[in-house]
Design a binder for this molecule. Structure first.
Ligand SMILES: Nc1ncnc2c1ncn2[C@@H]1O[C@H](COP(=O)(O)OP(=O)(O)OP(=O)(O)O)[C@@H](O)[C@H]1O
Ligand SMILES: [Mg+2]
Length: 299
């Protein structure tokens, strides 16, 4: 058995081991984009706030290992991150910090970069812990970095539900297409399981957002085996950037602003969407397991 095979069988046996008793798994929503700076983190945080308002427990997992942007927007800096759990024996109670409204927040830190160097026991432990995490909240929102790095694609491919954020800038549309193309080519991606929902952010009006979606949909339907759905628009709203300066989500600082209202409508749409209530997979655990496997493969 090579190392990748060993890992696969290890992850499989883990899956079997945790099958009973069946626990309720979180709905995992991954927020991503082709281009950077389009509003992923703002959307992740404000969706979390809106889900909280509807009585859901929420954890945000910051898988953007570059900049600590959720931390800044949240005004809650975690003392420990995922790497501290894997390598230094910290538990969820140490690495989950509580932000506004009791939203949990976990920083991936530089943990994922070190995943390829983990030994067998560490991998086992991480996958096991991530499965546990998926029983701790109703909803887990993963905020990814932009672009088509392996780890972003793996988080996206492993999620049942993906929010793709795009804006009217021409490069944002082409970068969204590039991300979907890379995703489509990925072994672990299954268009039947992974539903991709588009938000048009920073638009002037609904029509601009809808047109933006239609443009993307035309090329995606023509060239890729992916179905997109339209989740809605968020208008250009200066309150969104103002609230960041105040380190508060716009939903909290300006609850009646156009941006906050748009995110509220999007959240309601997501909650009405019954398809997401279907069979769940341990998506976080799967993502990390796949990142590790691919890391081993490419060595
Ligand atoms: N609808 C909006 N109207 C006005 N400004 C917005 C809107 N959405 C996001 N912004 C602003 O755009 C900037 C980038 O947003 P954000 O950091 O959420 O993007 P990101 O996609 O997470 O970026 P990165 O790729 O760097 O992680 C922020 O200053 C934010 O306030
Ligand atoms: Mg971000």
């Amino acid at each position: 058995m090579d190392q990748a095979e060993k890992l696969r069988s290890m992850v499989k046996s883990q899956e079997g081991a945790t099958k009973e008793p069946a626990k309720r798994l979180a709905r995992v929503i991954t927020v991503t984009s082709g281009k950077g700076g389009v509003g992923k983190s703002s959307i992740a945080i404000n969706l979390a706030m809106q889900f909280r308002k509807k009585g859901k427990s929420v954890i945000i997992f910051d898988a953007d290992f570059g900049l600590a942007n959720i931390e800044v927007m949240f005004g809650a800096i975690p003392k420990y991150n995922l790497a501290d759990m894997i390598f230094r024996g910290k538990g969820f109670k140490d690495i989950i910090v509580e932000g506004p409204e009791g939203i949990g927040f976990i920083s991936g830190g530089s943990g994922i970069n070190g995943l390829g160097n983990m030994n067998r026991e560490q991998v086992q432990y991480l996958v096991y812990k991530l499965k546990e995490l998926e029983t701790l909240a109703d909803i887990i929102i993963i905020d990814t970095g932009a672009g088509i790095s392996d780890s972003v694609l793996e988080f996206v491919a492993s999620s049942g539900e993906v929010i793709l954020v795009t804006t009217p800038e021409p490069t944002s549309i082409t970068d969204s297409y590039a991300l979907l193309k890379a995703l489509n080519a990925r072994e672990s991606f299954d268009a039947e399981i992974c539903k991709i929902k588009v938000i048009a952010n920073r638009v002037l009006n609904y029509d601009e957002g809808k047109n933006l979606f239609s443009k993307l949909e035309v090329v995606v339907t023509k060239f890729l085996n992916i179905n997109l759905s339209f989740l809605g628009v968020i208008p250009m709203d200066m309150n969104m950037s103002k609230s960041i300066m105040q380190q508060k989500p716009v939903t909290m600082a300006y609850p009646n602003s156009a941006g906050a209202k748009a995110i509220e409508r999007i959240t309601e749409g997501l909650l009405e969407n019954k398809e997401a209530e279907g069979p769940k997979r341990n998506s976080l655990a799967r993502a990390v397991a796949n990142i590790i496997k691919n890391g081993f493969k490419s060595k």
